[in-house]
Design a protein around this ligand. Sequence first.
Ligand code: SAH
Length: 349
Amino acid sequence: MNEALTLARALCAGELFDVSDFAALLRESIDESDAVLRDAAVRVRKQIYGNSVFVRGLIEISSYCKNDCYYCGIRRGNQSAERYRLTPEEILLCADEGYALGFRTVVLQGGEDPFFTDVLLCGLIDKIKTAHPNCAVTLSLGERSRESYRSLFDAGADRYLLRHETATKAHYEKLHPPVLSFDNRMRCLYDLREIGYQVGAGFMVGSPFQTKEDLARDLCFIRDFQPDMCGIGPFIPHKDTPFAAYPAGTLDETLRLLSIIRLLKPNILLPATTALGTIHPQGRELGIQAGANVVMPNLSPASVRKKYALYDNKICTGEESAQCKDCLALRMASIGYEIVIDRGDVKPM
Ligand code: SAH
């Protein structure tokens, strides 16, 4: 029998994999082993979440960034990037619009923009939570100090998304300039967890220099750290970055990893990301059908969407929020799933 099929069945049976097992599975995968992983992933996801898909309204609050990550279109060094930052009033209006559309989680995401001080963010979080006490507030604002994370949590933030990007230190150093460190990224994740946030980790699939062993270490990290959420999507090149000429990650590998992650933590919150929808017209539907259970439609004002360009050809930059939500609701319905009005917390297994 093909090695991948044997490995896929072993993983579904709950056998403990090491780095070389995961790497072999990723290297040898065939259609049959993917189908085994997918069926098992969908089965366990349905046991916990049924046909429900959770939605998060994503507000991209700033395209200013002090960092220079080699893969990212809004890196500081990209002189061609048009920059914007939303005012607190604009952000509140987006949150209100999201609430009216049925979102019960708003995600504030942005570049690392020093304009957004703790005082400003705490005021903003407090206003959102006061206006919408039954909404979860998720932050995705990069690396901050432990004290900062604590203040934002005390102000009412519930969750924090910070992709670890890669669990391999040497690989991390190939994706980031020397001032950014793997150790600090990990420090942030452990601080966030200790403070009490629901924490999201994650990584890009097919980022430059990534090996199957690197991906295998990402999987071991997810299994061992047990984040509440895991954001994964294909790397997609941006024309004005040092990685402009590298190929995008593939649909098949991203779907395979979604299934594996679902099996490693059956109740994990796993988005079918915009990047997945960008590399394939049905990417998000296929992501749900591989084991994902979250979608994150864009709530940013349509006027700024094109400027939050982390990678080329990003979808949903021309639509209004209501259109994005309706479009995703239809897409989910077309595959037998239903978008629900719910905070979308982790369900116990
Ligand atoms: N600045 C924040 C959040 C914004 S970036 C932070 O550092 O966490 C959100 C995610 O987009 C990143 O974690 C990265 O994994 C992803 N991303 C950035 N550039 C990308 C690209 N070219 N292709 C695919 N995903 C990318």
